[in-house]
Design a protein around this ligand. Structure first.
Ligand code: AVJ
Length: 318
């Protein structure tokens, strides 16, 4: 009879990426259990300034952000795309409770683990806040939230997650986001700013080797889940930053000619010094951010910067 082989999306994406003339892997696959752990370590390492800068913004300006969204008409639901452990968001949610501006938090995350974790861990920190997690891809889940929850929305997209898209793709994402929202809804989006290029490069090349391990972990994940035989030691972590375009790109470079196979017999040949494009972490100027918001149709409300002007949380309204 027939062998019915149902490939996982992960397998399909890996095969597609490693068969392409310019090899690539998708950064969303960094985040297995080990990847989540390593990213948590990266967020605390001395070179990775992004998390500290945005935490400062939310700690200092949550009140101002919420005041700018205030309306007497109807209550606000706070929706978050890619909630993670919501450490930074807690400042905003606690302030929203204190001001009685919102008592509904809707985290959207691709990880079931994250959603379960938020449902169990958050209530103790946020008495009176209702938490309704949605598990899935950002925009389909946002459509579902829009169908189920009539409240006005403040949609959070923090941490420079938008940076994993190239500027053109980011604009398209913002246009889609705009289309899914109702007139009057708000978006608070986190952008990493262009700055001294060495500071940026160091953030993706930490001395402790966490970012290196984070990238190599995706090869380990392919070994574990797809029966691959990658030898991570045969790949070199190589981040580059282009101060003109603002693109910080990470590559893994094959240090020798080698072949890697998956458990289904599919194989990939690597030439010596051939790169795998792993991730872009795009940086923006304030002017570029404003232009993107406007092109997507949003009205700029206010920009919030940390004291060192490393990072921007930008509030837009539809
Ligand atoms: C989670 C996409 C914001 O690009 O800065 C950190 C991921 N990669 N170090 C970023 C990441 C390497 C991070 N984002």
């Amino acid at each position: 009879m027939y062998d019915i082989i149902i490939d996982s999306i992960f397998r399909q994406d890996v095969i597609q990426g490693l068969s392409a003339p310019e090899k690539y892997l998708l950064p969303k696959y960094f985040y297995d259990a080990k990847g989540d752990y390593l990213f948590g370590q990266i967020m605390h390492c001395p070179e990775y300034y992004l998390t500290r800068a945005e935490t400062e913004i939310l700690r200092d300006y949550s009140g101002a952000i919420l005041q700018a969204c205030w309306s007497s008409q109807n209550p606000l639901a706070i929706v978050e795309l890619g909630a993670g452990d919501a450490t930074k968001t807690r400042y905003l949610l606690q302030e929203a409770l204190r001001l009685q501006y919102s008592k509904l938090y809707i985290p959207i995350d691709i990880s079931e683990n994250i959603i379960d974790y938020l449902h169990t861990s958050l209530p103790a920190h946020l008495p009176g806040m209702q938490i309704k997690g949605y598990c899935g891809e950002y925009l389909p889940m946002l459509a579902e939230v829009q169908a189920n929850e009539p409240a006005r929305k403040l949609v959070l997209f923090l941490g420079s997650s938008i940076g994993n898209l190239l500027p053109q793709e980011a604009l398209t994402f913002c246009q889609h986001l705009y289309a899914y929202l109702n007139a009057g809804d708000f978006v608070l989006m986190g952008f990493d700013l262009k700055k001294n290029p060495q500071i940026i490069l160091n953030a993706y090349n930490d001395k402790g080797g966490l970012t290196r391990a984070f990238n190599l972990n995706l090869l380990n994940r392919i070994n574990q889940e797809l029966g691959g035989n990658f030898q991570p030691d045969n790949f070199m972590h190589y981040p580059v930053y282009d101060p003109m375009t603002g693109a910080c790109k990470s590559y893994l470079i094959s240090t020798c000619a080698q072949q890697v196979t998956l458990d289904n017999g599919i194989y990939f040949d690597f030439a010596q010094d051939e790169p795998i494009y792993m991730e872009v972490s795009q940086k923006y100027s304030e002017a570029e951010i404003n232009q993107m918001g406007q092109r997507a149709g949003f009205k700029p409300v206010q920009t919030f910067l940390d004291s060192q002007r490393l990072f921007a949380d930008v509030l837009w309204q539809k």
